[in-house]
Design a protein around this ligand. Structure first.
Ligand code: FES
Ligand SMILES: [Fe+2]
Length: 439
């Protein structure tokens, strides 16, 4: 279904129930997946109910401060042990027959244990099902159901160079982000249309012509939907051996702050200060300004305006549940959290003007690819394949013009998961030595 040599992709991967079922079994049970952010569960007993693939999970902090991710399903008859989106609890008490679980997942209470179960039920064996691997990277929580999954940072690879700037403070201090809200909504599209858009599909700008004309950027500049900090730099596109892909801007050393949110002097001043403080702290690394990216397979981000992580949960072959986690610096003044919050909402989410443009594309692309005749015609991923300065780009190599190299790379890795490849293959270890040799 993926023809890398021709640069084509079969439409079946966006519509087929069988492909969808195989994705759930072979991809979503193995890959690291974004679950939530530590700032959502600051205190012991705090929980946030999340998803991994097609399964509901609970992200929670136990009474000793440890973080866990559990399948949200009772071991007795399968009822959800937690029916709320977030909150705080000492115990997860199953609503069905009242088995109860501690916040570190142990089965604690079994009604009428002595009369009905004594000697037959070993409570240690019937705790909540916990993920095989969990990682807390600068407050972002990731998990995998595969005990063989590599360490999170090996799996993230060099994509960390871009992703760090999304989750670090605006002034360059590591970590320190806070989730100020999560938008959730369902739309009738395959999840991969959304994921591949965030790999750096800069070609779809015409879709956003109306929001650019409105000038809904933070500085309310006509002709822009976000302040163009990247104008004086070089845009780059890169797809990594592990399947992640992104586009960022690389600006010169002497680039100055782009004024933003000027209607709110306190907010403008905050971002001005952060801009120069970040340069001072990070030196050359501050020249990289992330725009958008997808961390394989279904966690995408907006790097700066707006700023957040979104997850494309697969609901069915032609249905996706989108979750957008909006990020601010946790220790920023209240106005610096509130003003961008409103900008984020008018840009992203179900009511966001830019997001609405994107969703129209994805859902009609899905609808128009279901038909019998449509399925005979594959989709085109040939951009920049034949041009002299982009022809031979491989995973981990940086393109300086728009390219379908990032989605081609994404589907190359997708195909490896679908083929049941081992982790050496999924991490692109056969590719990385070639890259090192080329350096
Ligand atoms: S299903 Fe949970 S106690 Fe029976
Ligand atoms: Fe878009």
């Amino acid at each position: 279904m993926i023809n890398l040599a021709a640069g084509t992709v079969d439409r079946e991967i966006f519509t087929s129930p069988d492909v969808h079922r195989q994705e759930l079994e072979k991809l979503f049970t193995r890959s690291w997946l974004f679950v939530g952010h530590e700032s959502q569960i600051p205190k012991p007993g705090d929980f946030f109910v999340s998803r991994m693939g097609d399964g509901p999970v609970i992200l929670c902090r136990d009474d000793r401060g440890g973080i866990h991710v559990f399948l949200n399903s009772c071991r007795h008859r399968g009822m959800k042990v937690c029916r709320y989106e977030h909150g705080n609890t000492a115990l997860f008490v199953c609503p069905y027959h009242s088995w109860s679980y501690t916040t570190d997942g142990k089965l604690q209470g079994v009604p009428q244990y002595r009369t009905l179960y004594a000697g037959t039920l070993n409570r240690d064996e019937w705790g909540l099902v916990e993920v095989a691997r969990m990682a807390n990277y600068k407050g972002t929580i990731w998990a995998s159901w595969d005990p063989e999954a590599p360490d999170f940072l090996n799996w993230l690879g060099d994509a960390v160079d871009h992703f760090d700037h999304v989750i670090d403070c605006r002034d360059g201090r590591p970590g320190g982000a806070e989730v100020i809200g999560v938008h959730k909504w369902v739309f009738p599209s395959n999840w991969k249309f959304a994921a591949e858009n965030f790999l750096g599909d800069s070609y779809h700008n015409p879709s956003h012509r109306s929001v650019d004309m409105v000038g809904m950027s933070a500085s309310a500049q006509a002709g822009q939907r976000r302040d163009n900090e990247y104008a004086k730099g070089q845009r780059v596109w890169v797809g990594y051996p592990q399947g992640h892909g992104m586009t960022s801007g690389y600006v010169p050393d002497d680039v100055e702050y782009t004024p933003t949110y000027q209607q709110y002097p306190e907010v403008d001043e905050y971002f001005r200060h952060c801009f120069y403080e970040r340069k001072r702290r990070l030196g050359e690394r501050a020249n990289l300004l992330p725009l958008v990216g997808t961390i394989f397979p279904n966690a995408s981000y907006h790097g700066r305006q707006p700023r957040g992580i979104c997850v494309w949960h697969p609901h069915g072959p032609t249905e996706t549940e989108a979750w957008r986690f909006f990020l601010v610096d946790a220790d920023a003044p209240a106005a610096v959290k509130d003003v961008p919050r409103r900008y984020y909402m008018r840009y992203s989410g179900p009511a966001g003007m830019t997001e609405q443009d994107d969703m129209e594309n994805w859902l009609y692309a899905t609808a128009a690819s279901k038909g019998t005749i449509a399925k005979r015609y594959p989709l085109n991923y040939q951009m920049s394949m034949k041009l002299p300065n982009a022809t031979h780009l491989g995973p981990g190599e940086v393109a300086t013009q728009m390219t379908d190299q990032t989605p081609r790379n994404f589907y190359r890795v997708w195909q490896r998961y679908m083929s049941g490849d081992n982790w050496d293959s999924l991490l692109g270890r056969d590719i990385q030595p070639m890259l090192r040799a080329a350096e």
